[in-house]
Design a protein around this ligand. Structure first.
Ligand code: NAG
Length: 361
């Protein structure tokens, strides 16, 4: 009896690490090759299944083992090329605050792998993996989810996403071409769709994104023409719009609307030749009120009479950054040279181009 008690005490001591007094992880051999750990001060555990040789290893670690605690902190799968799916019921009844899948071959994950975490999951990271499909339809149920990071995957299309909680959505460097209309992300603050090289943003896409602050769509192939109402922002706190490197050569009237006085619009590396008044004036009228600006650097902008309306208005000129094809910064253009453009009735830009060129020398 004495011996049995001693053995029992040792057993307790051995399996209760730290000071919490609570067992948080199962016997390591039961969940191998997954591992469970926690620091002495935390009351919740992290599970790392990076050494899993198949989905079954993960499935059985959660489904065939009695876990002392159901609410864990983080699930991690990193640098793994043997797991291609997180299948139905992958985590049993275990829930997580955070799921991190990084540099793996995971191509899909079943909705039931996430649903046990629906009230707790706040950050979902699936980066540089092979993700082709995601159960977007359960997004409204994931009520604590604020961050989704899914860049560097193989997603091809997106249905209408709906979430009242989501604040950050990063989907850059996938192969998304088809985006359905009807998105409702009223608390979204940043959205990155950059480097999806054939993206088609539907009309009215931003209607229910009233808190958006940052939109990134660098190299989304939005050009050559950005037509009227292509990008209609609806947020009073819009800070950054980045549509660099989209091969845009024509900006129709009201192609980009909803800029705020302090919005920075990055438009670098496109093919704009002319700052047409019909397209650019409504934007500059807003930006010149605040600290906002359009950065149109690395576009082949001709500084002929077509730019006179900007040069002759100091507050417009202060709100558009860039250079003429000859390297002159817009800010260094001499308004006096452009005064004649305003007076004249000539409509041919090229007449003035030559005239201005000779005056500037
Ligand atoms: C929801 O997410 C926050 C972090 O944004 C976290 O601190 C909190 O514990 C989560 N809620 C629940 C119920 O787990």
């Amino acid at each position: 009896m004495q011996e049995a008690l001693t053995f029992f005490s040792l057993f307790i001591l051995y399996t209760v690490p730290g000071t919490s007094g609570q067992i948080l992880c199962p016997d390591p051999t039961e969940i191998f090759p997954c591992t469970c750990s926690h620091s002495g001060t935390e009351f919740t555990a992290n599970v790392d299944c990076s050494e899993a040789t198949s989905s079954d290893d993960i499935y059985s670690a959660f489904n065939d083992v009695a876990w002392p605690v159901q609410n864990l902190r983080q699930f991690l799968l990193e640098g793994n090329s043997d797991v291609s799916v997180l299948p139905e019921g992958a985590f049993g009844d275990i829930s997580f605050e955070e799921i991190v899948v990084f540099q793996t071959s995971v191509a899909s994950l079943h909705s039931t792998a996430l649903l046990p975490s629906k009230d707790r999951l706040w950050r979902l990271t699936i980066l540089e993996s092979s993700l082709e499909e995601f159960p977007w339809e359960i997004l409204p149920q994931l009520i604590n989810l604020t961050h989704i990071y899914m860049s560097g995957n193989a997603l091809t299309s997106l249905p209408p996403l709906q979430s009242a909680s989501l604040q950050h959505l990063s989907l850059w460097k996938n192969v998304i071409s088809h985006v359905e209309a009807g998105w409702s992300l009223p608390n979204l603050r940043s959205l990155s769709l950059s480097y999806n090289h054939a993206l088609d943003v539907p009309t009215g896409f931003f209607i229910d994104m009233g808190k958006l602050e940052e939109f990134y769509c660098t190299s989304c192939a939005l050009g050559p023409t950005l037509s009227t109402k292509s990008l209609e922002f609806r947020s009073a706190t819009m800070k950054v719009i980045n549509i660099d490197s989209n091969s845009i050569s024509t900006l129709d009237a009201d192609a980009i609307t909803g800029l705020q006085p302090n919005t920075f619009l990055y438009f670098r590396g496109n093919e704009i030749r002319e700052l047409t008044e019909v397209s650019f004036r409504p934007m500059l009228e807003v930006l010149s009120v605040g600290t906002g600006h359009i950065d149109i650097g690395a576009n082949p902008v001709k500084c002929d009479c077509s730019i006179a309306w900007v040069v002759l208005n100091p507050s417009f000129l202060g709100s558009v950054w860039g250079r003429c094809t000859d390297g002159t910064y817009f800010q260094d253009l001499d308004p006096i040279i452009f005064e004649d453009c305003a007076r004249s009735e000539h409509t041919s830009v090229d007449d003035y181009s030559t005239c201005i060129d000779s005056r500037m020398k």
